[in-house]
Write a protein that binds this ligand. Structure first.
Ligand code: 5GP
Length: 129
């Protein structure tokens, strides 16, 4: 079982931003920007581009709804979308509120936000979903 499957199952806590019967969205624990959210399929597949076409399309539509909720909650110029998958072998999309190009720099030092702030960010996105 991947760490993300354990999060979806509720075995590991997460800051939930959105959910439906097939997909789950939660805050990245080491965000590059406030509101940095991960979208994952409940189906356990290693890499995003190994998903079957229908699931990938549905996940993209779900991610679009999450992106709109992020933008409502945290006004930004755009919401960036990235696929890395170098650390966790469970398909996922990164959604990141953007004010500038540098907000998508995964090499820069990650934010360390207190639990109450993470909770408040997730609640705001969930309320707009
Ligand atoms: P990637 O696999 O796309 O290279 O990176 C995985 C991302 O998942 C990283 O940005 C990392 O901070 C995040 N991540 C890894 N483990 C956990 C976890 O247990 N909880 C949460 N919320 N995020 C995680």
């Amino acid at each position: 079982m991947t760490i993300f499957s354990r999060i979806i199952a509720g075995e590991i806590p997460s800051y939930k931003c959105a959910e439906d019967d097939r997909f789950y969205a939660f805050l990245d624990i080491n965000p590059v920007a406030k509101g940095h959210t991960l979208v994952v399929p409940k189906q356990e597949v290693d890499y995003l581009f190994d998903l079957d076409d229908e699931t990938l399309a549905a996940m993209t539509v779900f991610a679009k709804r999450v992106a709109k909720a992020i933008q409502q909650a945290f006004p930004c110029r755009k919401v960036g979308m990235a696929v890395l998958g170098l650390e966790v072998n469970h398909a996922h999309i990164h959604l990141i509120p953007l004010q500038s190009e540098g907000d998508m720099d995964f090499r820069k030092e990650k934010l360390q936000l207190p639990a109450e702030e993470m909770q408040a960010i997730a609640a705001k996105i969930l309320a707009n979903f």
